[in-house]
Design a protein around this ligand. Structure first.
Ligand code: CS2
Length: 492
């Protein structure tokens, strides 16, 4: 089977148009999500309004995605999978790809290049290196600390971004926009704050700080499209439709949404031409809707699914007790926490659509994918809405269940085996959690050590009633199973 490349590509399947050779966007963290979201919307924007918006894609360490893309003349396909059918489309917007760990100076040079007007980021929640307790940049972390000494020792994307802006300040002072496409509350403001904390700790000149304050914008944005990992089956399905071998396809659902603040210092693609893209001044409300209703519930489905032998999100969501828990989480806990809702937003339609999206067996999103990195993701999903209810004297049972199921999966109490799906979940704090809980005399102490152990904000860790409820639910998970725990949380 021939490999996809520019000479054999079926361009009638192309999304939007191809980028020109000129690049205007630098993307840090090239992976599945960027390739099925911002890259697609950029292709559609250029088809509508042109522009020099070719993308320089930077992978942090791995050549896994960029090597096949380079072999395929930067082309790759989106395998759109939904109950309504399967479709393959091509994307052709990347014009340079490299690995930051191999060419760190190139990352800084790309950010400093005045032709580049936007840096987009998908570096995952943990890539912002926020302290779980204070929310501040973890200056002493092994990712961030070495980079404070100077640009040559920066390896974390956030540190490289900061030094790239320093270089730009020194060389051209050209304005630029940094656009976070990660699942974070006030994603743009948070990115700005982390970059500034880094620059201050690195003791850069005040002119640099003035440049960042005046010439660099950090719009907030809410991004949404469920994009699982690629496996052999993805490649086979693409091959059957294209008649060509693509070694870097991206499976994705049909749904896509992007709500952004229109604060671009040096221009932007006409993204509004792409379906599902909206410019709005209510982005932070949309972020809350998405982080809580979608992502918060997604975590609940993943951990309940992980503990009940459901390898995929749709197989977990099909279980009655999971569906009921998620309804309760949304209706009783997450939805009331968002006030005001964005104008014109229809919660019932949005929730119905979420349930439909989680039922996408064709996409088969993995429970282990969504359950990975819980220590960083849950911080965006649980503390604020949980504290809101606790302050009103109400118990957020479903958020307690989410935390309990996460603990049971990645920091199981002695003697409890959460099974193979939980073992597949990547958890950067797994070793630390094991240290924190080693020797705890019972489940109560096990959970209390986690809740007060630096993983969650202190205000939440101090709420003994919440910790006790989590411990009760962990206890039930380990004795009677996760369904019994879910029924208990539902008051049944
Ligand atoms: C998921 C997200 O990884 C997760 O926890 O909730 O990746 C989710 O699929 C996306 O945010 C959908 O836009």
């Amino acid at each position: 089977m021939a490999n996809l490349n520019r000479s054999n590509a079926p361009f009638e399947r192309r999304i939007g148009t191809s980028a020109p050779d000129a690049t205007g966007i630098v993307h840090l963290g090239i992976g599945q999500f960027h390739r099925a979201h911002a890259a697609v919307n950029t292709a559609l924007a250029m088809a509508a309004a042109g522009g020099d918006w070719g993308i320089v894609g930077v992978a942090n360490r791995s050549r896994r995605i960029i090597d096949p893309m380079i072999n395929q003349d930067f082309l790759y396909s989106i395998l759109q999978l939904s109950p309504e059918g399967t479709d393959v489309q091509l994307v052709d917007v990347h014009r340079r790809l490299f690995v930051a760990a191999e060419q760190p100076a190139e990352v800084l040079a790309a950010i400093a290049d005045p032709n580049h007007k936007i840096v987009t980021l998908t570096i995952t929640e943990k890539g912002y290196n926020a302290d779980g307790v204070t929310g501040r940049l973890m200056l002493n972390s092994p990712e961030i600390a070495p980079g404070l000494a100077g640009p040559d020792s920066a390896t974390a994307p956030l540190a490289q971004l900061a030094w790239g802006l320093v270089k730009r300040a020194k060389e051209s002072q050209a304005p630029i926009t940094v656009l976070s496409c990660d699942n974070m509350q006030s994603a743009g403001n948070t990115t700005a704050s982390m970059v500034l904390q880094f620059l201050e700790a690195a003791k850069v000149d005040s002119e640099v700080l003035d440049y960042v304050a005046g010439q660099v914008s950090f719009p907030n944005a809410m991004v949404d499209r469920i994009v699982p990992g690629t496996n052999e089956q993805t490649k086979t399905q693409v091959e059957q439709i294209l008649g060509l071998r693509d070694e870097a396809p991206v499976p994705a659902e049909a749904f896509t949404m992007w709500v952004l603040e229109d604060h671009f210092k040096a221009g932007r693609p006409a993204w509004e031409a792409a379906p599902g893209v909206t410019f709005s001044e209510e982005v932070e409300q949309y972020e809350l809707v998405k982080l809580r209703l979608l992502n918060g519930s997604h975590s609940l489905i993943a951990y309940l699914g992980g503990l009940s032998n459901s390898p995929t999100i749709p197989s977990a969501r099909d279980k009655d007790f999971v569906a009921k828990s998620v309804q309760a989480a949304i209706r009783n806990e997450y939805l009331p926490s968002i006030d005001p809702l964005p104008q014109g937003f229809d919660p019932d339609a949005y929730i119905a659509q979420l349930f439909h999206r989680w039922q996408n067996h064709a996409l088969g999103d993995k429970t282990a994918r969504v359950g990975s990195d819980g220590s960083a993701k849950l911080l965006q999903r649980i503390p604020e809405p949980a504290l809101r209810m606790l302050d009103m004297g109400e118990m957020p049972h479903q958020m307690a269940l989410t935390a309990a199921a996460w603990i049971a999966c990645v920091a199981p109490p002695a003697g409890f085996d959460p099974g193979p799906i939980a073992a597949e979940m990547e958890e950067p704090q797994r070793d630390n959690l094991a240290k924190t809980t080693a020797g705890a005399k019972d489940i109560g102490e096990h959970v209390e050590r986690i809740m007060t152990g630096g993983y969650f904000p202190a205000e939440l860790g101090e709420r003994a009633e919440f910790t006790d409820r989590i411990a009760e639910l962990v206890e039930i998970i380990t004795t009677d199973g996760v369904e019994a725990a879910a029924n208990n949380a539902l008051g049944e």
